[in-house]
Design a protein around this ligand. Structure first.
Ligand SMILES: *[C@@H]1O[C@H](CO)[C@@H](O)[C@H](O)[C@H]1NC(C)=O
Length: 201
């Protein structure tokens, strides 16, 4: 019995080592994208908390923009997107997806020099809606691109519900998904603050 559970635990551990396996295991593939990237995107929140393999973090822990790191190819531009397919719940995702963060035309890996189409908003899963998945995807752009339309601050929910990252990427012909990761979160008492923050313009 013991060796069986050890065997099982190691199979799970091996599976979750790869981004592809954890994206499939938690249904990020196919709910968000048809195919997983094969590289892990390094996303680190305050206090060194790393968002990976669907680990559960709290809305309090993810309230501030994380540090996102990747190895960039020289001269290339990247697009970073964070999205929640489980709006308002994974069981009934009628607003799938909620756009949390979109930065495009990032030169190399200098996130601070990118064009912020939608400012970072942490997790705000409503009460009793269970765990939501928060998915980060990094695409390599075919070059510097033109993005029309209004930029949305971290105080606005405009254009955030019913977003589709796969369609967004296709529309802008950003086909090269380089890396990804995700964490999960459910309601905590910071959520009302997130919702209040989003009531501005
Ligand atoms: C919202 O964005 C502003 C400007 O970038 C920043 O100073 C502020 O800390 C952000 N607020 C939150 C809660 O992320």
């Amino acid at each position: 019995m013991l060796w069986l559970s050890i065997l099982f635990a190691s199979i799970l551990a091996v599976n979750c080592n790869s981004v592809e396996e954890s994206f499939k295991f938690h249904g990020v593939v196919p709910d968000v994208i048809p195919e997983a990237p094969n590289q892990l995107l390094k996303v680190t929140y305050n206090n060194g908390l790393v968002a990976k393999d669907g680990v559960e973090l709290t809305p309090t822990q993810v309230k501030d923009q994380p540090v996102v790191e990747w190895t960039a190819q020289p001269g290339e531009y990247y697009a970073l997107i964070m999205t929640d397919p489980d709006a308002p719940s994974r069981a009934e995702p009628k607003f799938r997806e909620f756009k949390h963060w979109v930065v495009v035309n990032i030169p190399g890996n200098d996130l601070s020099k990118g064009d912020v189409l939608a400012g970072y908003v942490g997790s705000g899963p409503p009460k009793d809606t269970g765990l939501h998945r928060y998915v980060f995807l990094l695409y390599k752009q075919p070059g510097k691109l033109q993005f029309d339309g209004q930029r949305v601050s971290n105080r606005s929910r405009q254009g955030r519900p019913k977003f589709h990252v796969a369609k967004f990427a296709e529309h802008h012909q950003i086909n090269e998904l380089v890396a990804g990761t995700f964490y999960q979160a459910q309601y905590d008492d910071y959520v009302p603050t997130v919702h209040a923050q989003l009531s501005g313009n």
